[in-house]
Design a protein around this ligand. Structure first.
Ligand code: HEM
Length: 446
């Protein structure tokens, strides 16, 4: 009988070594990764298929592409893969964030954190979120603006209020820079502190965030507020376990990062495609108007059906987290290939979202492919994974969807978005995707 080869029954010598190439002498493909050059390409898949091997940052990296390889690593049925890949890339900056924990400890922390993401909590976050969006949008200038930095300031203001119950104010820019520095440090080529370089800036960002959060813990422990910081201070698992002060700081720093840049990226991509496709923009606007003028209520979010389709298609085309990483804790196999203990794995989510075998005409913006009568995302169990899969699947996916829809709902009621005909957004794939030109967009007041 031909079956799946498992860790237990695999004789490692019978397994094939994955094909691949090591790139340049000594540095391998490090520069390509640090510059995000291969993040949005089928480089590995086209040359070597779904599992290949290379060298980068002084380590062996197994490249996983296609739904079978990516799905197998993320669901990790044999419990072989751990998060040391993230530790390697962002550990110093996002130490002990939920995504960097493993096994029972991860399970325990995730169960406590769930308490901050219940439907009641989400509904509670939406009120202040809506107010901050309304106030922020009222200050946007009409005419041309660079959408990415403008919406990034808005999502930061939302985080300041929704996560910390702080008033939006002067500290924001420093905190904003601290997040960005910490995230971008993940792809540093020089991976030790040299003043002025990316790695050092990331460490300084981490220190700033700790200094910002720690003194605020007692007030949030004592508060019964509707912010995420307070929710984390009070969160308890069913067994009554809760977070220490250190846990709260570590989780807050990770959550702020995880929420902020992903939502900014998603909103930017949606604005781009809505500006390019006025018929979709009008369709979403009509739905928003039908729901009612002003901010969206929690119970009405699921009525924004077209906006949901546009969000899904935008996350497919410009996958906000284009790839995730793991490390093999022991020798194992992947689709019949040998994966030696200690190798790092790159799970190429962008690649899965663009495979022509799964997605007809994959580069075309076609939100309807997610509609009930088509559901192209269901063609394979692991065809669509913008929020990952398995035990580390995004805990904030409903929070993120809520923020993105709440912001776009108000934006579309105020403004018409335009880009010049033929404009193509150039994307920088270093860390999370963002437009190299900031996305120049014209806002017309309605
Ligand atoms: C469009 C928005 C978002 C996208 C595309 C996204 C994507 C992802 C992905 C792909 C992962 C899996 C990482 C892995 O498997 O290694 C993940 C994990 C995670 N995300 Fe998100 N995310 C988004 C928004 C958010 C928000 C708003 C929050 C919090 C408020 C959040 C918190 C987290 C956390 C804590 C994890 C780690 C979960 C764990 O390890 O158990 N994310 N996210």
């Amino acid at each position: 009988m031909v079956g799946r080869v498992t860790v237990q029954d695999a004789a490692p010598t019978l397994l094939k070594t994955p094909p691949g190439d090591n790139g340049l002498p000594l540095i391998g493909h490090s520069l390509d990764f640090a510059r995000g050059k291969l993040a949005a390409t089928h480089y590995w898949y086209d040359r070597y298929g779904p599992v290949s091997v290379t060298r980068a940052f002084g380590n062996t990296w197994i490249q996983c592409d296609g739904p079978d390889a990516c799905g197998a690593v993320l669901t990790d049925r044999d419990r072989v893969f751990d998060s040391s890949g993230w530790q390697l890339l962002i550990g110093p900056f996002f130490s002990r964030g939920l995504m960097l924990l493993d096994g029972l400890e991860h399970h325990r922390h995730r169960r406590i954190m769930q308490g901050a993401f219940t439907a009641d909590r989400l509904a509670g976050y939406l009120g202040p979120m809506n107010e901050t969006i309304e106030r922020g949008l009222a200050e946007w200038p009409v005419g041309q603006l660079r959408f990415y930095p403008t919406v990034k300031q808005l999502t930061l203001d939302v985080a300041t209020r929704t996560f910390m119950a702080d008033q939006v104010g002067q500290g924001s820019q420093r905190v904003n820079d601290a997040f960005s520095d910490s995230v971008r440090a993940a792809t540093s080529f020089v991976r030790f502190p040299v003043p002025g370089l990316r790695w050092s800036r990331g460490l300084a960002g981490r220190r700033l965030l700790e200094d910002y959060l720690r003194p605020r813990i007692p007030a949030h422990r004592a508060s019964d507020g509707d912010d995420l910081f307070t929710a984390l201070c009070h969160a308890q698992s069913e067994d009554g376990e809760s977070f220490s002060d250190d846990d709260v700081v570590n989780h807050m720093i990770f959550l702020l990062m995880a929420a902020h840049d992903t939502s900014t990226s998603t909103l930017t991509t949606m604005a781009y495609y809505l500006a390019k496709h006025p018929e979709w923009q009008e369709r979403c606007r009509e739905e928003s108007r039908a729901v009612g003028a002003g901010p969206v209520e929690y119970g009405d979010l699921n009525k924004l059906v077209s906006l949901d389709l546009v969000m899904k298609e935008s996350m497919r085309l410009v996958t906000p987290v284009p790839g995730v990483t793991r490390r093999a804790g022991r020798d194992t196999e992947l689709l019949g290939f040998r994966v030696p203990a200690g190798s790092y794995l790159a799970v190429h989510l962008w690649g899965v979202h663009h495979l022509p075998e799964l997605w007809p005409d994959p580069e075309r913006f076609d939100p309807e492919r997610f509609a009930e009568h088509r559901r192209e995302d269901k063609v394979h169990r692991y065809a669509y994974m913008p929020f990952g899969n398995g035990v580390h699947k995004c805990i904030g996916m409903y929070f993120g969807g809520m923020e993105v829809k709440a912001a776009m709902h108000q934006l579309l009621q105020r403004y018409r978005l335009r880009v010049p005909g033929g404009y193509e957004m150039p994307v920088d794939w270093v860390s999370l995707p963002r437009p190299k030109d900031g996305l120049p967009i014209t806002l017309e007041r309605l």
